[in-house]
Design a protein. Structure first.
Length: 115
């Protein structure tokens, strides 16, 4: 059973930055294309972007292009989401999973951006 643990969220002012981490345990992490997702209050969970096993990034959603970057460390079974120029509309709970959502969801990490 794979366990996903997201961390690094918090409260930040608009224009600020945060770096989220997601550690996966219990499965060979490196072979999977990993994705980041988010769920804003009252909305469906949204795909943000993904990264292949070789660290090639897949296109991300238009709302975060140029601001968010995904990276990974296969040796640490960890995928990262660097978020810059944050906006209030980025407020959400952020999750990672395989890009195809194959594993059980973790608890996520809350990101709140104040204006």
């Amino acid at each position: 059973q794979v366990q996903l643990v997201e961390s690094g969220g918090g409260l930040v002012q608009a224009g600020g930055s945060l770096r989220l981490s997601c550690e996966a345990s219990g499965r060979t992490f490196s072979i999977y294309r990993m994705g980041w997702f988010r769920r804003a209050p009252g909305k469906e969970r949204e795909f943000i972007g993904a990264i292949s096993w070789s660290s090639g990034s897949a296109p991300s959603t238009d709302s975060v292009k140029g601001r968010f970057t995904i990276s990974r460390d296969n040796a640490q079974n960890t995928v990262y989401l660097q978020m810059n120029s944050l906006k209030p509309e980025d407020t959400a709970v952020y999750y990672c999973n395989t890009a195809l959502r194959q594993w059980s969801w973790g608890q996520g990490t809350q990101v709140t951006v104040s204006s």
